[in-house]
Design a protein around this ligand. Structure first.
Ligand code: MV4
Length: 449
């Protein structure tokens, strides 16, 4: 087993990894930018190394500084968390070359799954359902027109290097195609330095339902059921839950099997997520595979009583998995609390937290690195806490979430707490009747009421 793990991240996820390492008797090294000197991950780790100034590209993304920190502290593994270097093939490779175990995917796996057209072709070969469309990349505007005609409009054009909706265009009729082709390619070239495009039939009002998988070093994989992440705004998830209110036992079995087949086909090692689009008739289609631990992993941990970070560490150390699949035994909901103003187009609201009262009690989990007196730097993601409630039923988890949100006091900055509180009373949400389009029509109530 590893003796010392360096956590190449910040915020709540750095703290989350440190907590499991402590429980496993593994020493920890935090790295931090000068903006994060007062952060809890620095205080809770056994050692801490400053890796640079606030901008991410000079600190949390600076591979040479992170490797140097691992070498001077004698860390034998690096946990990258999510974001930053977690899906960076070059960093995974550099760790390998330095004899430091990267607790994440191999460089080859990251590359294969990072290129969406390649990932899709791989999944199709594995027998995982995919959205009908082009076989690989579009070679020209004429080719795009031909594929769209064959598939039938509406279609979706997607950047192969994409993610987060960049370089993606819905096209409803042929006369829109040329403009979409030009603008999507330009956007992708600017964002990723890669203007490769592929095409799919458009799935209207889809749900985003993902399956958590874990694979070991011996080619065995298992699934840990689903998370419904359909409540998103501009491709940012706001809340997630498991089980999905749209799920049936039959669909869970089919999607779980497909995800395990996907993971075993590519000999996936570690914790990963297979994302699917699910249409109104409960057909499901492979969308992307994430080769990292995800923000929303705690809801899965809550409903099956399973520490995903511990499992990542065990698998990275060569421990085999049991191979059994896991079904949700409870219901869990996560609300992402962001330092943003929900009354003002979710505008970022960094600054000093003057008052903080954290909710607690039975079935309430709060993953956060912030405290009263902490100043949220403007340089990073605006998520400051994840509030997770767990109960026997969905309605009880919602009731518990309302109670926990009512107890949660954060002063000094604006947060998305009022948004979540309103959401928990929204009829469509309470009925479990929501798709990825839900936030397009959502309006905050007048705060005076
Ligand atoms: C789609 C789609 C409809 N049809 N593909 C958005 C992010 C990218 N990873 C894939 N996305 C979508 N792909 C087809 N063929 C609709 C979306 C989509 C979406 C998906 C999941 C969660 C939120 C979304 C919001 C808008 C569009």
């Amino acid at each position: 087993m590893f003796k010392k793990i360096l956590i190449a991240n910040r915020g709540e996820i750095a703290l989350r990894v440190i907590r499991t390492c402590r429980e496993m008797g593994i020493k920890t090294v935090a790295v931090y930018s000068t903006a994060d000197a007062e952060s809890l991950h620095v205080k809770f780790a056994d050692e801490a190394v400053c890796i640079g100034p606030p901008p991410s590209n000079q600190s949390y993304l600076k591979m040479s500084n992170i490797i140097a920190a691992a070498e001077i502290t004698n860390a034998d593994a690096i946990h990258p968390g999510y974001g930053f270097l977690s899906e960076n093939a070059k960093f995974s490779k550099i760790c390998q070359e330095h004899g430091i175990k990267f607790i994440g995917a191999s460089p080859e796996m990251i590359e294969k799954m990072g290129d969406k057209a390649t990932a899709k072709a791989t999944m199709k070969a594995a027998g995982v359902p995919c959205v009908p469309g082009s076989d690989g990349l579009l070679e020209s505007l004429e080719h795009a027109k031909q594929v769209a005609k064959e598939s039938g409009y509406p279609v979706m054009m997607k950047a192969t290097a994409g993610g987060g909706g960049k370089g993606m265009r819905a096209i409803w009729k042929e006369d829109e195609l040329e403009k979409a082709w030009e603008s999507a390619r330009q956007e992708a070239a600017a964002a990723f330095g890669n203007d490769g495009m592929y095409m799919e039939k458009l799935i209207q009002e889809p749900r985003h339902i993902e399956i958590q998988v874990v694979g070991d070093a011996y080619g065995k994989a298992c699934h840990l059921s689903e998370r419904d992440c359909s409540v998103q705004r501009r491709h940012q998830k706001l809340t997630e839950e498991t089980p999905s209110p749209f799920m049936t036992d039959e669909l869970r079995e089919k999607m779980g099997l497909a995800a395990v087949r996907a993971a075993e086909y590519i000999k996936y090692e570690g914790a990963g997520t297979v994302e699917f689009l699910v249409d109104k008739d409960r057909n499901f289609y492979f969308m992307e595979m994430n080769t990292r631990i995800q923000v929303e992993h705690p809801i899965t941990e809550q409903v099956i009583d399973y520490d995903l970070i511990r499992e990542q560490i065990l698998v990275a150390a060569g421990v085999p998995i049991s191979g059994k699949n896991y079904l949700p035994q409870l219901h869990a909901i996560e609300c992402r609390i962001n330092a943003e103003d929900p009354y003002n187009d979710f505008r970022p609201s960094p600054g000093k937290i003057t008052t903080l009262h954290a909710p607690g009690g039975h079935g309430v989990r709060l993953d956060t690195h912030v405290y009263a007196g902490y100043t949220i730097p403007p340089n990073y993601d605006s998520m400051i806490a994840k509030l997770i409630t767990t109960a026997q039923t969905r309605q009880e988890a919602i009731n518990k979430m309302k109670r926990a949100l009512d107890e949660f006091v954060i002063e000094g900055i604006k947060t998305t707490i009022p948004f979540h509180r309103q959401l928990m009373d929204e009829p469509a949400y309470v009925e479990g009747n929501y798709t990825t389009k839900f936030m397009e029509t959502f309006k905050m109530n007048d705060p005076a009421e």
